[in-house]
Design a protein around this ligand. Structure first.
Ligand SMILES: Cc1cc2nc3c(=O)[nH]c(=O)nc-3n(C[C@H](O)[C@H](O)[C@H](O)COP(=O)(O)OP(=O)(O)OC[C@H]3O[C@@H](n4cnc5c(N)ncnc54)[C@H](O)[C@@H]3O)c2cc1C
Length: 403
């Protein structure tokens, strides 16, 4: 929807397809970083998302049982008023969907796209019932990590599943016991992680929400269910007793949804009359919390590249392929850096390695106190490293706040 709005704003006629019967959000909470927030503001959704989300000023991680701080990221180290915004996915969905409707953009639901068919100058989409939709000039594939259109990329991705995923739930935010503007996490070695994130609200709930998550090897999910909730709650309590107010709200294992993590990066996120954005182009574990933000950056970069091509004063008109290359180049450095960082850092927080956990507990805190490292870590966590916004004519000045 972000890409659709960006392209509509550039004067393109955009048609949206969604496999679900009624467009709906999936999952719990995410952190919108200054990158994603800046794009949302540019899309005309800035005020609406700020009203629903919850400002995050820092991220904290403590290794148990020692109680040692191993993650401490302060947004203010990147400049006064800098912050993240934690949101329920439903809130992000709601805000973008309202904007799509406001712009009267057509959305065809209950339509699962499975393939493309090219003609001389156009491309058609083919749905799971064999129906053709089109003709279109360009297909923007934003269908997520398991896209069925990857075979049309110049170099289809090699996807690998990560051993660890997590179970997630959205619960009522307990007014006592947790810091209000902090993503808080507790770790035991690298095999256990529990986290609490205040995520504000959306129109379907009457009070502020918390995203609550527990890391788990995906293959152990059935075992976790069989062991029963009481067994699991005892483990959580022993690591973080204050979570009792959240655990009390969980009465069925079905309140927790398993999220499995995979990793892939398309080296060329485009093909003939198709371009890939978001998780379809690059997916990873949410350890750095960048996926949705990178999707929004992709969306804006695509709109920016197309507008650049339209306005370019060259002797020869720029071809669509050149334009898609421009988009890919605009995003390349940022995508590669964050994909590599996520893949390398995830095992320090989610793996069976005792050595990596020991290295994390010994070195991460003292190193991150060094002024240069502090800025680097903040740049990594906020997604601002390599200045992805500057490349596409945006800056974070528009979103800083003193709250
Ligand atoms: C547990 C967890 C926590 C996360 N935390 C964060 C965070 O804090 N910050 C952050 O930035 N990111 C986070 N992420 C990553 C983020 O959720 C993803 O990167 C983001 O949702 C990707 O967006 P997308 O639009 O590319 O794909 P998706 O969100 O997967 O959306 C794809 C859409 O396409 C539709 N679709 C799929 N296939 C078809 C088809 N064949 N035909 C028609 N429609 C189709 C789907 O129904 C869906 O609506 C997290 C991810 C997980 C799992």
């Amino acid at each position: 929807m972000g890409a659709a709005v960006a392209l509509h704003m550039q004067g393109h006629n955009v048609f949206l397809f969604e496999r679900f019967e009624a467009p709906r959000p999936l999952g719990s909470g995410i952190i919108l970083q200054p990158t994603g927030l800046t794009v949302l503001k540019a899309l005309g959704c800035g005020d609406a998302i700020l009203k629903l989300g919850h400002i995050i000023n820092s991220m904290s991680g403590i290794s148990m049982p020692a109680g040692k701080c191993v993650l401490n990221v302060d947004y203010s180290s990147l400049g006064h008023g800098m912050h993240g915004l934690a949101v329920h996915r439903a809130a992000l969905f709601e805000v973008l969907y309202a904007r799509v409707n406001e712009l009267n953009m057509p959305v065809l639901t209950d339509t699962e796209i499975v393939d493309l068919k090219h003609s001389a100058k156009h491309v058609d989409l083919v749905d799971s019932k064999g129906k053709h939709h089109g003709p279109f000039d360009l297909v923007v594939d934003a269908s997520g990590a398991k896209s069925s259109l990857h075979t049309h990329a110049q170099t289809p991705p090699a996807r690998r599943m990560l051993k660890y995923g997590a179970i997630w739930s959205s619960l009522d935010w307990p007014e006592q016991g947790f810091r209000k503007h902090v993503l808080d996490q507790r770790y035991v070695a690298a095999h256990t992680m529990v986290g609490v994130l205040p995520i504000g609200r959306h129109s379907g709930v009457s009070c502020n929400q918390a995203a609550f998550f527990w890391s788990l090897p995906s293959d152990d999910y059935a075992k976790w269910k069989n062991q029963g909730l009481d067994y699991w709650k005892k483990q959580v309590r022993s690591i973080w007793p204050e979570t009792e107010t959240l655990l009390d709200q969980i009465t069925s294992a079905d309140q927790l949804t398993l999220a499995q993590y995979g990793h892939h990066t398309l080296s060329k996120p485009y093909g003939k009359r198709i371009v890939f954005i978001g998780d379809s182009a690059h997916a990873t574990s949410p350890q750095l919390g960048q996926g949705a933000n990178m999707g929004l950056l992709d969306a804006w970069a695509l709109g920016y590249s197309l507008s650049f091509a339209q306005g370019a004063k060259t002797s020869q008109p720029l071809t669509l392929e050149h334009t898609l290359q421009t988009y890919a180049i605009m995003r390349r450095l940022h995508v590669r850096l964050f994909q590599t960082a996520s893949l390398s850092l995830t095992p320090f927080y989610q793996s069976d390695s005792r050595l990596l956990a020991l290295l994390r507990d010994t070195f991460f805190d003292p190193v991150s106190r060094l002024p240069v490292a502090r800025k680097l870590v903040a740049g990594l966590v906020t997604g601002l490293l390599t200045d992805p916004l500057g490349r596409m004519g945006l800056s974070t000045d528009s979103i800083t706040t003193n709250k």
